[in-house]
Design a binder for this molecule. Structure first.
Ligand code: ATP
Length: 358
């Protein structure tokens, strides 16, 4: 029997998080009924405001409970003035990455017709995959002696994690190829200088050899970062370790119009958390000005991911319909303020709903 009923944990969070989530749920309602999909939502209230109110963050038991849902739709969490005793911001998304073993962050960067860009390019359509459990963040829980004179961080690459990362990258490239992209994976690395990256490159070559139908290339991260600006059309799937991937994915977002149109999905083989790439944007929160499109595109990614997890075609059709509606609104307006227009969140949401198939 084909699964059409999905349980979704919704975590709106702080700042503009609840606004963009509300807008996205409004769009999902007619979309799901059009494609005979049922989403059963349960709201979870975690984040910085919750921490301020209760003095606590998400617990292991609560993450276990959230892990039983088919997927998580996440807004944005963290407020600059709400800090834990160690001085860091409250970010349940980091705890969830570790708890669920979400080892890859999928960050598409697509230039939609009508969206202004500062680079010269006719078509940009790439997927940056950032590794999220090791690399330059491998030692964040290492016990260290604090010092004012010298501090180090640890870059660690493991074979087993790199294999699953690259297998995912080639699978994603194959899925995208079915939709008309070239079918190509580029590794960005620094094997000319760092030993960990020599291993990373070696494993990439081994995995690439198993996927001859998909092209592959490798660039040093410095040159590869430059190509994001000078020649972004050359990229299809781009994969990199944790910190390189973090940086180039934001360059990717920048060249296609900024954070307001940058969705993301943190995934493992069996779990997915989908959220806009932007933060809680406290400077515009509560004014109804946030661009909800990155969150709507994240919901489209969630639908595609549910489809691939459950061999389910309706979710793919719903994802395409949502993306087509967003594409129409980006091309024809109304355009949100971060993209040079004057439309507020509600106006953009109404326009996307009106552009959905009936
Ligand atoms: P974080 O560290 O949590 O990612 P940040 O401080 O780097 O957060 P954001 O909260 O993403 O950054 O905001 C950066 C800038 O982009 C802010 O000026 C914010 O108003 C703007 N911005 C972010 N998201 C949106 C959006 N959805 N719509 C309009 N403007 C946005």
């Amino acid at each position: 029997m084909i699964k059409t009923n999905f349980s979704i944990a919704v975590m709106p969070g702080d700042g503009i998080g609840p606004e963009v989530i509300h807008a996205t749920l409004e769009v999902l309602q007619p979309l799901c009924s059009r494609f005979d999909i049922t989403f059963d939502y349960r709201n979870y209230d975690f984040g910085a405001a919750f921490y301020r109110r209760t003095g606590r963050t998400i617990s292991v038991a609560e993450m276990d409970e959230i892990g039983r849902y088919d997927a998580v739709l996440f807004g944005a969490m963290g407020l600059p003035d709400v800090r834990k005793p160690d001085g860091t911001e409250v970010g349940p998304q980091v705890d969830m990455r570790a708890h669920f073993g979400l080892f890859a962050s999928l960050r598409p960067a697509r230039l939609y017709p009508g969206v202004p860009t500062r680079v010269k390019a006719d078509a940009i359509d790439m997927l940056v995959i950032r590794e999220t459990t090791e690399g330059m963040f491998a030692g964040i829980n290492d016990v260290v002696q604090p010092s004012d004179e010298s501090m180090s961080d640890r870059m660690t690459i493991t074979r087993s994690n790199s294999v699953r990362l690259f297998e995912l990258a080639f699978r994603q490239a194959r899925q995208r190829k079915a939709r008309g992209t070239p079918g190509h994976v580029t590794l960005l690395h620094k094997s000319n200088a760092l030993r960990s990256q020599v291993l990373l490159e070696r494993v990439f070559d081994e995995v690439a050899a198993r996927h001859r139908d998909i092209g592959s290339a490798k660039f040093y991260i410095d040159a590869g970062a430059m190509y994001f600006v000078t020649n972004p059309e050359r990229y299809d799937v781009v994969v990199a370790e944790n910190i390189f991937g973090d940086i180039v994915s934001e360059v990717g977002a920048g060249v296609v119009g900024g954070l307001g149109v940058a969705p993301s999905g943190d995934v493992s083989e069996s779990r997915g958390v989908f959220q806009p790439s932007h933060g809680s944007a406290p400077d515009i929160a509560g004014q109804g000005l946030a661009n909800p499109i990155a969150t709507m595109l994240s919901a489209a990614m969630m639908l595609e991911w549910l489809a691939s997890q459950h061999q389910q075609a309706q979710c793919v059709s719903a994802a395409r319909a949502l993306e087509a509606a967003v594409t129409k609104v980006l091309r024809e307006g109304p355009r949100p303020r971060d993209l040079g227009g004057s439309a507020n969140t509600a106006e953009v949401t109404r326009a996307v709903i009106a552009a959905l198939p009936t």
